[in-house]
Design a protein around this ligand. Structure first.
Ligand SMILES: [Zn+2]
Length: 153
């Protein structure tokens, strides 16, 4: 495993739409493992492949307190959203800043895991926020485009 460099706001790859993962090769598995390691190292709760320069529809999230429950989402689809929450959000690609962003309170998402098996889960509160944030990265969208309320932290 290796740490990957995180692309910072202004890097045009962060504005591009990522492509579906066609086959879960060894390379894709290594990418996911590296992303998990990088996310922990940088103390993030999520990381999307475009943030490490790979235009693939893949992100990793760990919202557990113990920081040992990473979930890999490959070719994710947000199937349903419910309600709304407004809260603080940060991004490893936008260091030193936070913004208040409106997100769904709850989402239903479908994706593939690293073995190529489809799974579906419902997430709410901060977990739902993280999924929406990471999924936006796959579409070239940063949270800074969704809010005018951004502060330095
Ligand atoms: Zn982000």
């Amino acid at each position: 495993m290796a740490l990957r460099n995180i692309r910072i706001e202004g890097d045009e790859i962060l504005q591009k739409k990522a492509k579906p993962v066609k086959k879960i090769t060894e390379k894709v598995k290594v990418l996911a493992e590296d992303m998990i390691q990088t996310m922990y190292e940088k103390e993030g709760v999520g990381l999307a492949a475009p943030q490490v320069g790979m235009l693939k529809r893949l992100f990793v999230i760990d919202v557990s307190e113990t920081r040992d429950e990473p979930i890999v989402f490959i070719n994710p689809v947000i199937e349903e959203t419910y309600g709304e929450q407004i809260g603080a959000e940060g991004c490893l690609s936008v260091p030193g800043k936070q913004g208040r962003v409106a997100r769904p309170q709850k989402v239903k998402v479908k994706a593939l895991d690293l073995d190529g098996n489809e799974f579906e889960l419902e997430a709410q509160d901060f977990f739902a926020r993280a999924i929406c944030h990471e999924n936006d990265h796959l579409n070239g969208v940063l949270y800074t485009e969704l809010t005018k309320e951004i502060i330095e932290v």
